[in-house]
Structures are given as structure tokens and as C-alpha cells.
Design a binder for this molecule. Structure first.
Ligand SMILES: NC(=O)c1ccc[n+]([C@@H]2O[C@H](COP(=O)([O-])OP(=O)(O)OC[C@H]3O[C@@H](n4cnc5c(N)ncnc54)[C@H](OP(=O)(O)O)[C@@H]3O)[C@@H](O)[C@H]2O)c1
Length: 340
């Protein structure tokens, strides 16, 4: 039988971002035309909706990320789209489902063929750009608030880079769970936005931090710190922690190493550990993943979990988009709108 949809897709091309060598993303990234993808057994074709430009994507293009793909490679560790073609073995996934792509897939493209059993189906009520940004930062925030210290409602945690997407997800999730947060930032103008997210305390990352935290938390014990900066910033938040507390390092935005005074280990028995969402995905079963996504979908549907977007670009603007994503002092993420 003549299949008009198939015939149309065969003659179609898609735009795909790729790099052939590591280097400055604005110099090595280009956008090429490729044929519309064909799905193999067990795969479906996804028409991509959106994909953010995260720090790890920039690091991967630069060749500074621990996972090095075979080159040429398409960047993009997360993104979302809509299933437009299925084969006979798509399992639970159906045409028109909104889906979140597997980790490290290379999402900066207009369409892809992908194994159906690696997709996470997201509720249609979640906006496409928000669905595209759930897999890295909100999942990381959720896991870090659950996997290291058994926090109860009313307990405090502290974090630096609190206005990052990961930091704001931690504020929103923490607030929903009844945890109280001390949020350390390097510029005061973000305070109001973080308070709207549910931040209890917002403080500048400076030498007054310890006294200010003691006063504003009324010396309540803080047993969990989330560190995305390293260097002096990590040390400043470690200094406010209660004995036996845990600092989870998940980012290194300052590129400075963590230097821990001996006394923090000997006299306070602080624990220093790390989190990498890639490893979590490697280890988590399908049901564990689903159990982590479920409350995030619920929060996103209710408007309680939202990643701010500073600007959207089409793939044609990939060079400008990566330059923008590498700028500090943003108000939100830079995102590819892959439908434009
Ligand atoms: N380990 C994991 O599994 C995992 C998962 C998710 C995220 N991460 C990491 O978490 C970090 C945040 O990611 P994101 O996507 O949430 O970032 P983002 O939204 O792009 O925000 C970047 C943040 O870093 C701050 N920043 C940039 N340079 C800095 C410096 N030199 N010193 C202090 N702060 C600096 C920015 O502050 P300004 O706004 O003031 O410029 C902003 O708060 C990144 O390192 C990322 O790789 C790791």
C-alpha cells in the first residue's frame, strides 16, 4: 500500500548540530543537513521539541568532560520531543507521546531514531521546554536531597550557585518537601527570584557567611550542603555545617579544587562525597527512574517546578546560542527551540 507519510519523510531532511574536533564551541560547532531518520527494530522516530545548553554540553564540546564521544558528535545531554513514527515493537510508547530522550543522546537535532524502551513518557501538560530540562538538573536536585542525609520537614540544607538551574530546582523541590534552604549566590540581584521559588534565606558568598547563617537560621543544625562551585565557596559553606554533616559536590563552576582543613574531618567528622547523574542513570532500574520522574512531573504540572529560560534559539543560531550559554550572570537557561 502507498504510504504518503513515509514517502514525505524519505524526501525530508533535518538539521543536526555537530562538532568534528574538540575546541571552542563557537568555533567547532556547525549545523548540517541529514536525511530524516529511519527507525530500526525496537526504535521510534522522535521529532525533537527542545533541548537546553547545559554547562556539561559546553564542557563536552571543549573536550573537558569525562565522557568523550566518538567524533563527529552531536552535543546535547537532555531534550524532549514527540513520537511521530513507531515500528511494530515500540512497547508502551505511542505516536503523539511527549518523550524525554535518554542521557547523553546528542539532542541538538530536529529528529532522531531512538530505542523506545529508553524513552521516558512525560505528561502532555508539561510544556515541551520544561520537559526537555527535567532530566539533568531537577533529577540531580531530587536525588541529592534524598540520597545522602535523611532530611525531615523543617530541616535545613545549604547550597552555593543557588541561582543555577540545579540550585533553583533544589529550592523548588526542597520547598515542596518542607525543607528549609540557605542559598548562597554571588550577586544580590537574584535574591527576589530565589525567594519566589521558595528560598528561605539568600546570602552573598562572602566572608560574613558564617555569622549571617547562624543569625538567620537561629543556629539550627545544617546537615546537608550541595556544592556546585568548589574552591573558597565550598569551604565557606562547609564552615557552617553541623558535626557529622555531608557535603555533596556535583559541580565545579569556579574550576578551583576543594581544600578541606584537617579539623573538619577530625573534630567535626564532616563527610565529603560527590554525585554524578550519569552514574545514577547507569545504576537506576526503570522503576527507580519512573519513581523519581513521577513527583517531578507532578510538580511541573502544578507549576511548582520550572526552569527559567533566558532565550530560545533555533538550530540555525547554534553559534550564537553556545556563546550566550557560556556567559555568566544569566537569568535562566539558553535553550534550542527545535521546532523553528
Ligand atoms: N554532577 C551532576 O550530575 C550534575 C548535574 C547537573 C548539574 N551539574 C553541574 O552543576 C552546575 C550548575 O549547572 P546548571 O545547569 O544548573 O548551571 P546554570 O543554570 O548554567 O548556572 C550556572 C551557575 O554557575 C554560577 N557560576 C558560573 N561561574 C561561576 C564561578 N566562577 N564561581 C561561582 N559560580 C559560578 C552562575 O552564577 P551567575 O548566575 O552569578 O553567573 C550560575 O549560578 C554545573 O557545574 C553543572 O555541570 C552537575
Amino acid at each position: 500500500m502507498y504510504d504518503a507519510a513515509r514517502e514525505a519523510s524519505v524526501s525530508k531532511t533535518i538539521r543536526v548540530a555537530l562538532y568534528e574536533t574538540h575546541g571552542n564551541p563557537a568555533e567547532v560547532l556547525r549545523v548540517v543537513e541529514q536525511p530524516w531518520p529511519a527507525h530500526a527494530h525496537g526504535e521510534v522516530v522522535v521529532r525533537m521539541s527542545a533541548a537546553p545548553l547545559n554547562p556539561a554540553d559546553i564542557n563536552a564540546i571543549e573536550g573537558k568532560y569525562p565522557v568523550r564521544p566518538l567524533l563527529p558528535a552531536t552535543p546535547g545531554m537532555e531534550g524532549a520531543g514527540v513520537v511521530v513514527e513507531t515500528g511494530s515493537s515500540a512497547g508502551e510508547v505511542a505516536v503523539d507521546d511527549q518523550v524525554i530522550l535518554p542521557h547523553n543522546f546528542g539532542t541538538w537535532r530536529e529528529a532522531c531514531a531512538v530505542k523506545a524502551d529508553q524513552l521516558v513518557v512525560a505528561p502532555p501538560e508539561v510544556e515541551p521546554a520544561q520537559a526537555a530540562m527535567l532530566k539533568v538538573n531537577p533529577i540531580t536536585a531530587w536525588r541529592m536531597l534524598h540520597d545522602f542525609v535523611p532530611l525531615q520537614r523543617g530541616d535545613w540544607f545549604i547550597q552555593n550557585a543557588a541561582n543555577s538551574a540545579a540550585g533553583r530546582a533544589a529550592i523548588q523541590i526542597g520547598s515542596e518537601l518542607g525543607f528549609r534552604s540557605v542559598n548562597v549566590v554571588r550577586r544580590a540581584e537574584v535574591t527576589g527570584d530565589l525567594q519566589k521559588d521558595g528560598a528561605d534565606v539568600v546570602l552573598l558568598d562572602d566572608d560574613n557567611l558564617r555569622d549571617a547563617v547562624a543569625e538567620l537560621t537561629r543556629r539550627a543544625p545544617i546537615r546537608l550542603a550541595l556544592n556546585a562551585v568548589g574552591g573558597e565557596s565550598a569551604l565557606r559553606i562547609a564552615k557552617v555545617l553541623a558535626p557529622e554533616a555531608t557535603m555533596v559536590t556535583y559541580g565545579a563552576m569556579s574550576l578551583q579544587p576543594l581544600t578541606i582543613p584537617n579539623g573538619m574531618l577530625i573534630f567535626k567528622n564532616l563527610k565529603f562525597t560527590g554525585f554524578w547523574v550519569n552514574k545514577w542513570y547507569d545504576r537506576a532500574s526503570a522503576s527507580e527512574r519512573a519513581a523519581t520522574f513521577a513527583p517531578l512531573f507532578d510538580m511541573a504540572k502544578r507549576g511548582l517546578l520550572r526552569t527559567e529560560i533566558e532565550r530560545s534559539y533555533s538550530l540555525a543560531g547554534a553559534t550564537a546560542a553556545v556563546q550566550h550559554a557560556m556567559q555568566s550572570r544569566r537569568t535562566g537557561k539558553v535553550v534550542f527551540d527545535l521546532t523553528r
